[in-house]
Design a protein around this ligand. Structure first.
Ligand SMILES: C[S@@+](CC[C@H](N)C(=O)[O-])C[C@H]1O[C@@H](n2cnc3c(N)ncnc32)[C@H](O)[C@@H]1O
Length: 365
């Protein structure tokens, strides 16, 4: 099998999945919206690194005057909605490619840092991969203007061993991890700004942002959503109890073996990212894994989305109903149950998904 991060067919299938179900990943975006929102953001500039088809940049468009998208895959950039400010470049080198004078107000990167790695003889070299990821992150922070914000989100590894108790199973450690985070974040609020609400409502069709914010608000007091309430409301793992508890296992055991392009990755750890952001001199650093379940209208749609987003199976299937008739429907459904967890409740199907969120601000001098 050839490994080429995202070939043309893989990019096409990825894009088709997002176009049909833009609402599926909206819970990945909600924390980013809250972290980046500022009243006067509309005059400001964003760089979205490894932008792909622009899924995140499109969601953030209402908040920024200018959005620059960077990706190294021509197939992905070709699928982007707009041609404005598209840069074909490697995100490891991006600060060398952009003009020295360019300083931006926000740098984002969603679901891509794990693509930066170094191989040893026949497997990932962990320390060299940590090093190249750290060097890239340091370069990205140099793109920030004073007061600028970095939001890095990726499939990551929670630091369970540092806060878990000895002899805990993985499931118990993860439960303990989220309990500790919930207690810690009780006071960390996302405040709901009416302007954010209005801007996003009118400008991001299909993402169902407003619906999710309303659900979050309905469970919180005083119009304020805290990270703790987000964890509480979105943590599915104890309802679905997959055999494997960490999202990284899904990549290593399913995507790596069954995606048309394979998958080699080095997933960042909480503590490694924390150290780099501190070394870069960022302030107000916040690092945590958060539950960000994907949501679908039907189970068939969920299985189809996972199949097409990750390019599982040689042949693309264009419609969820067509997948129902194929033998690999049951196979992929079984993988989802085993590695991620899935549940259908009150007319919606949820696939358990978790991401690492890292945030920091450049000192405003
Ligand atoms: C999983 S996709 C994520 C795309 C988008 N951020 C999203 O969340 O939908 C990963 C993206 O990273 C890009 N990518 C991977 N390694 C890269 C690199 N070294 N430089 C630039 N882009 C890269 C791929 O081309 C692809 O578009």
């Amino acid at each position: 099998m050839t490994i080429q991060t995202f070939g043309e067919e893989r990019a096409k299938r990825y894009n088709r999945a997002l176009q049909r179900c833009p609402y599926a990943r909206v819970r990945e975006i909600i924390p980013i919206l809250f972290l980046l929102y500022e009243e006067d953001r509309r005059k400001q500039t964003l760089i979205d690194l490894a932008s792909g088809t622009g899924y995140l940049a499109d969601a953030l468009k209402p908040l920024f005057e200018r959005s620059i998208r960077v990706d190294k895959s021509p197939a992905f950039l070709a699928a982007s909605q707009s041609n404005r400010d598209l840069i074909y470049a490697d995100i490891r080198e991006v600060s060398n490619i952009l003009p020295d004078t360019l300083q931006v107000d926000a740098v984002t990167c969603l679901a891509a840092l794990h693509h930066i790695y170094r191989l040893g003889k026949d497997k990932i070299n962990v320390s060299l991969s940590d090093k190249v990821q750290s060097e890239s992150l340091m370069r990205w922070t140099r793109l920030l203007a004073p007061g600028g914000k970095l939001v890095l989100v990726d499939v990551g590894v929670p630091d369970l061993q540092t806060i878990g108790k000895q002899n805990y199973s993985l499931a118990q450690s993860l439960k303990y991890y989220y309990e500790q985070k919930q207690a810690f974040f009780q006071q960390k609020h996302f405040s709901i700004h009416t302007h954010l609400f209005d801007a996003i409502n009118e400008d991001v069709p299909g993402y169902r942002v407003k619906r999710v914010i309303q659900q979050l608000l309905s469970t919180c007091q005083d119009g304020v959503v805290s990270l703790a309430s987000l964890i509480k409301q979105q943590n599915l793992i104890y309802r679905v109890l997959p055999e494997k508890m960490l999202t990284v296992d899904f990549f290593d055991e399913v995507v790596a073996n069954f995606s048309i392009d394979g998958h080699i990755s080095h997933f960042p750890r909480e503590s490694t990212i924390q150290a780099v952001l501190e070394k870069s001199g960022l302030e107000n650093i916040l690092i945590t894994c958060l539950p960000t379940p994907w949501v679908f209208d039907t189970e068939a749609e969920a299985v189809w989305f996972v199949r097409e987003l990750f390019g599982l199976g040689e042949e693309a299937v264009l419609d969820p109903d067509d997948l129902l008739k194929r033998p690999d429907f049951e196979k992929i459904k079984a993988y989802i149950h085993q590695f991620l967890g899935m549940v259908t409740e009150e007319g919606k199907t949820y696939v358990n998904w978790q991401l690492l969120f890292a945030y920091g601000e450049k000192p405003d001098k």
